[in-house]
Design a protein around this ligand. Sequence first.
Ligand SMILES: O=C(O)CCC(=O)C(=O)O
Length: 429
Amino acid sequence: METLQPPAHLKSRRQKEMWKRQLLQNVKERQKAQESQTPFRIAERSLQSKVATPDRPPVVDFTNLENNPPEVRAKLIRVELSHDLREICPLFGRTDDDWSKRRSIAYIHSDIEGLIFIPNPFTESAQRQLIYNCLQKYTQAPNSSSLDAHYEVPAEGVWNLYTKSRRCASNEDDSQLLISRKSRSNNGQKIPESADPYDAPSTSGQQSTSIEKDPDIADIKSEPSLHKPSELLHPSELIRKLRWVSLGYQYNWSEKTYFFDRPIPVPEEAAKLSIAIAKAVEGIGYRQDDGFRWQNNYKGDNYAPEAGIVNYYQLKDTLMAHVDRSELNMEAPLISMSLGHKCIYLIGEQTRDIKPHAILLQSGDVMAMTGASRSAFHGVPKILDDGPSFLQPGTIDENIPDWDVYGEYVSKARINLNIRQVNVDSSST
Ligand SMILES: O=C(O)CCC(=O)C(=O)O
């Protein structure tokens, strides 16, 4: 093995010995830290690190297959969706020249059981429409959001206030649009900023927010801080603080369950998109010589979109490894759509002790977590500073005349819309 030599500028024997001792100490500390980490955590850290480490998993690119190293490419299998998404749901967008080539293509990875990847089936304008919905429409009552624990957000939602403030002439007084912070004092006790698990700071010490969702691991919370009760914030500050919105059955983050007594329908467009996807992925599986190694047998016609989460990521945000297991129905696929900036998504297996696979997700990409992948650990360790040009401000969209407002946001952010069936489907009971 090569022995490292002290740098040339260290002249004295004492300096060289100190350098060696320091080096050994660093190696020991790194080893110790690695031993206490699960393979999932190691993969997260390696993808977040600026320098590529040997334990960094290759990032699977399902959109440009030639970008994958040969050993990864060999595991990617092209499959046909059982329906053409555009035909069964116009919300994916109108026909364009490119459309006929991609409307029913999906991929699976031979080592990721149950995960079905559909490379962006949306037109550009359909993506803008969905982003508009996630920002402007889905942030309104009755949907709850991560802001509600800390701010007095009116029912019309923070994005409505924000777009109103943009429409106000710059010298006009828009103080009636300000949002007050909830009083921090609770029986004399300080309430931490991260009063819910979805608003927890990163362990990395960077200025990022890491979302912790798994019921099995302790919430990571920021230092408690006291704020003046009278503090008023402009909606432009709050839109970047928004981390999630709950759709359909509202999610009870502290109990890790749904409020079953408050059935609220999932917004119509999100419901229709997810139903079309659930139908299109029916029957897809991994075939091997004598039959299927796994197959998604969930009947698309039985799929009922009953809850969902919209996740909003700023560039430094991450989502820690977790399993979505609050749904009573773990058989129905979880449908997930990505918008805005690219990200690296990690998916492992039923424990964090198995090294996960890393997948590049781009704007418009869709994933159906079926079968084993439905209860696999997954997370988003990295948002890439790379988003599509057709979402940039300045883009003319005849359906969204004020696209600039949303384009400015999403040109520095990623949005994930995911939809779940919560209840066991009535045909199987
Ligand atoms: O942002 C993503 O792609 C994943 C979101 C997710 O895992 C969740 O909301 O449970």
